[in-house]
Design a protein around this ligand. Structure first.
Ligand code: C5P
Length: 226
């Protein structure tokens, strides 16, 4: 198969570096990057904004009524976050609520519809998430599963927040707690839990630069490409 038709799944826990790595990896292979976590974040943002965290059925029906594509979810979500007066606080509020929202089967079915629609209209995708290799793209040509220690993950996320707001009140400990809670909830939920697909390449990202991780993944694709 030609490289520009490859579908590649990148899964892993919170702050494993998935987004940064997947974006560069997709760019280098000239594939389209898709962030499934962002769609769950959009649903969570919508639920917070419209007080629907306790009514996920209504949340799904309202979001589906918007009939909004993956591309427009990305645009809308980024616009809303960037125009929020307290961006770091909103990001943490979403972080603290996204796992319970994503554990709903109704939400997952709805998000997957959006992702599958995007896949049906685009060839050659790098999609990152938690269940991409196991559920969303079980036939992916390559599957990667990124791992990192909770402490390194929290350090990375804290650095990112400080970049957004140098005076942020969000502490490293708060982020560490969130990373641990999210990974626990994501990997123990009943529906489509976070787990490595049987044929996934496991990549440890501790003590490695983004460049090293991307090169490792590209090497695997080049060596095994048929
Ligand atoms: O990847 P990111 O950290 O932005 O994902 C946010 C949350 O969305 C995760 O903690 C998880 O609860 C949920 N998620 C999921 N399945 C995916 C992608 C994200 O359950 N495929």
């Amino acid at each position: 198969m030609h490289i520009d038709h490859l579908n590649i799944a990148v899964d892993g826990g919170a702050a494993t570096g998935k987004s940064t790595v997947s974006k560069i990896f997709a760019e280098r292979l000239e594939l389209t990057y898709v962030n499934s976590g962002l769609v769950y974040r959009f649903y969570t943002y919508y639920a917070i904004k419209h007080s629907l965290l306790n009514n996920l059925e209504k949340l799904v029906s309202e979001v589906e009524h918007l009939s909004i594509s993956y591309e427009n979810i990305v645009k809308t979500f980024e616009h809303e976050i960037n125009h929020s007066s307290e961006k770091d606080k909103l990001i943490m509020e979403i972080n603290n609520n996204v796992s319970p929202v994503a554990s709903s089967a109704k939400v997952r079915t709805s998000v997957n519809k959006t992702l599958r629609h995007f896949m049906s209209t685009h060839k050659g995708i790098v999609m990152e998430g938690r269940d991409i290799g196991t559920v969303v793209m079980p036939d992916a040509d390559f599957k990667f599963f990124l791992i990192v220690s909770d402490e390194e993950a929290a350090r990375r996320r804290h650095k990112e927040l400080i970049k957004i707001n140098p005076h942020t009140k969000v502490t490293y400990e708060e982020i560490l707690h969130n990373v641990k809670e999210r990974n626990k909830m994501d990997s123990t939920r009943q529906v489509d839990p976070l787990k490595a697909a049987e044929n996934a390449n496991i990549i440890s990202t501790d003590n490695k630069t983004v460049e090293q991780i991307v090169n490792e993944m590209i090497h695997i694709v080049r060596v095994n490409e048929i």
